[in-house]
Design a protein around this ligand. Structure first.
Ligand code: SAM
Ligand code: SF4
Length: 355
């Protein structure tokens, strides 16, 4: 099996020379050719995961990244500090793989909070093991959390994630609520297998005081099984949910927010729908990503990556790191183009990029 089969190919080496910056005005922020400014940083901290969601990971997991190729807590915090101080980053979200697989996650958060005082720090997690870690994470500076949960049916959960861990996820969510990580958001990827249980998931979310957001599945599964015609889209979800709830459209919280909000049964409960494929928000995208190996990725769907780890380890100063990061973002593509003819999937899968 090649690395491409596992969703984490290596034949496109990250750029280690300065990417093209022709026409870029000399401004500090992370601007691109299409007038967007990146202020929201996603940092993947590992490729490892405790689950194997079919829309993300291969059954056997991703090939392990050698330990010395992963950014350390100190390196991550240094980049977060540069992002906040020199590049206009306002929020950072740690993701993966499963960030709780890193034993030093609290250290990553704590060091990042010290390096970028006042920055908004959040986490996207599958919730497995969260129950035992949430207090140290909050004490380190974690302010918000998104837990991924596609169904509250244990059999469906086990089939979708290839692991029977629903009780652990629910315990993690309870612990996060008790630790004050509210409003707690639940991310659910729309799958044909779980569509029938979508209304139960919404009812459960309302009952537990969680904010549910459904996400259209993107072609980022390592198994490459995604097929456009089989994808469940926002329209189909709304039709399904409308059999049980009255949904009233409210719109987006702000123009760069990916979720469109709906009031459920007149409120106050709401539902978010992230129609990443059918109503792409690429034109408003304000994200920049750092992979677990320390490359800048300007778009989920853009395989051109720029290596910062090599610079970090060869003694580059903050100004040089910021210069490479800015250049990497200047080359960000206009959009993912999933719905256009000639769309080519990215080489890396979601778990290998950091969702
Ligand atoms: N393991 C953590 C988790 O599941 O929350 C963090 C990493 S995961 C890659 C981040 C988010 O990406 C999750 O909410 C997951 O549901 C979502 N995701 C994974 N594969 C996806 C796909 N093919 N399309 C849309 N969202 C996806
Ligand atoms: Fe793991 Fe998250 Fe991917 Fe599921 S979505 S396999 S929990 S990284």
């Amino acid at each position: 099996m090649t690395r491409l089969d596992l969703g984490i190919p290596r034949y496109r080496a990250p750029k280690s020379s300065l990417p093209e910056t022709d026409g870029r005005p000399d401004v500090p922020g992370l601007i691109d050719r299409f007038g967007r400014v990146a202020r929201d940083l996603r940092v993947s901290v590992t490729e490892k995961c405790s689950l194997r969601c079919t829309y993300c990971m291969p059954e056997g997991g991703l090939p392990a990244i050698p330990r010395d190729e992963l950014l350390t807590a100190a390196e991550i915090a240094r980049l977060v500090g540069i992002g906040a101080r020199d590049l206009g980053i306002r929020e950072v979200r740690f993701t993966g793989g499963e960030p709780l697989m890193r034993a030093d996650l609290a250290e990553i958060i704590g060091r990042s909070a010290d390096a970028a005082p006042g920055i908004d720090i959040s986490l996207t997690t599958n919730g497995v093991g969260l129950e035992h870690r949430v207090h140290e994470l909050v004490a380190a500076g974690l302010a918000r959390i998104n837990v991924s949960l596609d169904t509250v049916d244990r059999t469906h959960f086990a089939a979708l994630t290839r692991r029977d861990r629903l009780p652990a996820v629910l315990a993690g969510i309870r612990a996060a609520h008790l630790a004050g990580l509210t409003p707690l958001k639940i991310n659910a990827v729309l799958m044909r297998e779980t569509l029938a249980g979508a209304a139960d998931l919404l009812a459960w979310s309302i009952e537990t005081g969680s904010r549910l957001r459904f996400i259209e599945q993107m072609p980022l599964d390592a198994d490459q099984a995604w097929v456009r015609v089989q994808m469940v889209d926002a329209r189909e979800l709304l039709d399904t949910l409308s059999a049980r709830f009255v949904l009233t459209e409210i719109g987006r919280d702000d123009p760069s927010a990916p979720a469109e909000e709906w009031l459920v049964d007149g409120g106050p409960a709401t539902l978010g729908i992230i129609a990443s494929v059918t109503r792409s928000f690429c034109a408003e995208c304000d994200r920049t990503r750092i992979t677990a190996e320390g490359t800048v990725r300007s778009c989920l769907f853009g395989d051109d990556e720029t290596d910062l780890r090599g610079l970090l380890r060869s003694g580059a100063d903050d100004a040089e790191l910021a210069r490479f990061w800015r250049a990497a973002m200047w080359g960000k593509q206009a959009g993912h183009g999933i719905d256009s003819a000639g769309f080519v999937r990215p080489e890396r899968s979601m778990g290998a990029i950091g969702g």
